[in-house]
Ligand binder design. Structure first.
Ligand code: TYM
Length: 327
């Protein structure tokens, strides 16, 4: 039975990119045979500074969101990364077999530098902590969006370095990305990858006026509706494609390609997107409203998940310590 594991950073409210790239997969996969571990990467969140109260609130918010979207604690372990401190021990062991060059090649690190972020040592070694997360549970599959694939490959490399030096301790994990490219890399309001750090997100549970405002900010141009266009190149259509049933999507695409009097304008596309988001997430929004009233329940779920996860990580940590002569 495979072990499936993934993590989400509590660095802001979860957005449509997180949902289509990762959470939707997580919620669907829990029904497949195997053991399922999903965690809130609060150690990782410290690489971008935030206050203690805000971090606590965001961790709680991610847990609420997972449960509202249908993660079932009877089928999948949901826990806080920092409730399993063994991962930080594994991080050190992996750091000592990993060359600087591997980390210097990390796209997401280079991206952050390019966006003017002043890097800490923690940000630089982020992929080592992530490798420890993955390897601690003997994970077989890691369901993530496309942007995290390189990090999973780095975890494969680090497992290989350690095993090469000390013998077979870590299992080789594989990334699992959504089959449709549109889901694996969801665009943000500006057409770049949707990302908390780019401020171009739509919150999964947004609705009403706020949602209208966010959708209103999606980038368009001044071409009139009658002008024929490539629908795949339009950001409102790229987002709409995540929601519409195939037949309806094909109709929209056809009308946009043809142009002329009956062709929909950007306003129409945005209006349809608004409806689609409201409808898709209505049940989860209602569930979230209920769960907000029960913070103790959410905390109990996290504690229960952590107990199982920690036992697993301890065993791996002990194996790794013994292999390298620390026990
Ligand atoms: P994070 O918090 O940035 O994102 C969580 C998940 O959402 C996916 N995602 C996207 N997918 C498609 N389109 C987008 N625009 C988009 N934006 C985000 C990400 O690919 C990810 O699957 N380093 C990880 C957290 C982590 C982790 C781990 C993941 C820590 N340890 C171990 C897996 C295994 C991160 O920052 O994800």
């Amino acid at each position: 039975m495979p072990t499936v594991l993934s993590g989400v950073q509590p660095s802001g409210r979860l957005h449509l990119g997180n949902y289509f790239g990762a959470l939707a997969q997580h919620v669907a996969l829990q029904h497949e045979p195997g053991e399922h571990f999903y965690f809130i990467a609060d150690y990782h969140a410290l690489t971008t500074s935030q206050g203690a109260a805000e971090l606590r609130e965001r961790v709680h918010d991610v847990a609420l969101s997972y449960l509202a979207l249908g993660l079932d604690p009877a089928k999948a372990m949901l826990f806080r990364q920092s409730d399993v401190p063994e991962v930080t021990e594994l991080t050190w062991l992996l750091a000592c077999v990993t060359g600087m060059g591997l980390l210097e090649r990390a796209h997401s690190y280079k991206d952050k530098l390019a966006h003017g972020i002043k890097p800490s040592v923690g940000l630089f070694t982020y992929p080592v902590l992530m490798a420890a997360d993955i390897l601690a549970y003997d994970s077989d599959q890691v369901p993530v969006g496309k942007d995290q694939v390189q990090h999973v490959e780095m975890a494969q490399d680090m497992a290989g370095y350690f095993n090469g030096q000390y013998g077979p301790v870590f299992k080789r994990p594989e990334a699992r990305i959504p089959s449709a490219a549109s889901l694996a890399k969801v665009p943000g309001l500006d057409g770049e990858k949707m990302s908390k750090s780019y401020g171009n997100t739509i919150w999964i549970f947004e609705s009403g006026k706020e949602l209208k405002k966010r959708i209103g900010a999606i980038v368009t141009d001044s071409r009139p509706p009658e002008e024929p266009k490539d629908p795949d190149a339009l950001v409102p259509m790229q987002l709409l494609a995540l929601f519409l049933p195939p037949e309806e999507l094909a109709q929209w695409q056809e009308r946009i390609r043809a142009g002329g009097a009956g062709a929909p304008g950007y306003g129409h596309m945005k209006q349809r997107l608004h409806e689609a988001i409201e409808t898709r997430f209505a049940p989860a929004r209602a569930e979230r409203d209920k769960l907000v009233q029960h913070p103790d329940h959410v905390e109990r779920v996290l504690q229960g998940g952590a107990a199982v996860a920690r036992a697993r990580a301890r065993a791996t940590r002990d194996r790794a310590l013994a292999a390298c002569g620390l026990r």
